[in-house]
Design a protein around this ligand. Sequence first.
Ligand code: UD1
Ligand code: UDP
Length: 386
Amino acid sequence: MEHGRVKVMSIFGTRPEAIKMAPVVKSLAQDESFQSIVTVTAQHREMLDQILELFDITPDHDLDIMQHGQTLTDISVRALRGLETVLESARPDVILVHGDTLTTFIGGLAGFFQQIPVGHVEAGLRTGDPYNPFPEEMNRRLTGTLAAMHFAPTSGAQENLLREGVASDDIHVVGNTVIDALVSQVSEAFVFDDPELRRIDFEGSRVLLVTTHRRENLGEPMRRIYAALLEILTNFPDTSVVFPMHKNPAIREIAHQYFDGHERVHLVEPPEYRTFANLMARSHLILTDSGGIQEEAPSLGKPVLVLRDTTERPEGIDAGTCLKVGTEIEEIVRRCSRLLADDKAYKQMAHAVNPYGDGKAADRIVGVLKRRFGLKSSHSELAQEV
Ligand code: UD1
Ligand code: UDP
């Protein structure tokens, strides 16, 4: 501790971690009890920088590790080496990591090596299959093993941790910080900057918003997904596809092969978060293998077809807004066509529910940290874990 303030280092590296840690960084910065330090591995570069700019976060340490074609080993080695140096000089009292990326796990490991306690934000999500999603399921389990504090978004995640033997006192059900980030972003008055997005007729056509990036979907599964989309576009002439392409060249190459020249497919650069949130809000339907989008879409009332064989986010499925469809052409076409042809089926999915929290997760995390370090907490901070 420095001048009685607890030094909290938030470590993140990719777009989704940045979106979901931004509310925590903001809450810490507003509280005099803490000195907030931000370290980014920059496992992502442009996609991370978009978020840092939007939320006005200037990292204290930037490891700048991203390389094109980086392997899991490349990311791990570069992040671990860089974090050792940063942790040795900054000596935080506690480290926060988020979610399931390699930066998450390596951040936890680097903290463990320095014997600094680690708080895991968005803890306890599980599919039960170590290879699916790959390597995220294992990253979550390993980070859970290393962590001293587990910030679970839902009671289901809490139960997963209890089942694995985590002490109940170390688990705090706080909601998902993604909802904190999302609430401020969507508005009817929002105007898209990108001319390609402005060209889209959201009133006169049904817009299918598509994203794919999972490592286990690279190659053949992704080809099948894109082939299915072409079939759907042919069968439903009033639909169009908006496809923000992840920066991974391996994905973009396949996307260009399938969609270049198609007049109803808009291949666009990944929009920054505010634009993307408003794009979700104006779309008819979302098809994605993303994790975060499965959490956001239910609160926007947008049906999601999950292009994966497993999900660690059963809440959206239980609530009826998300439907797991896998990566086989026939199944994607069948499920999507039903939603496009049957208004009743569509309406059953398109209702806003929010199983992931009330937008106050970040404040709850800060409240837990205060208690943990014996600092005074206001009544409202102590009030409610969910
Ligand atoms: C990573 C995470 C995944 C998370 C996803 C969110 C791991 C192993 N994977 O997957 O859990 O769901 O981020 O999007 O931690 N690239 C750029 N610019 C960027 C970002 C990526 O050019 O801003 C390109 C680079 O060529 C890079 C490649 O994308 O090598 C893959 O990035 P990487 O972080 O390894 O994997 P993701 O699929 O993005
Ligand atoms: N997102 C974004 N721009 C895009 C695609 C996604 O801002 O072009 C946001 C999305 O709203 C969500 C997060 O990025 O909050 C999800 O990131 P991604 O799908 O890359 O990772 P995952 O959640 O699967 O780990």
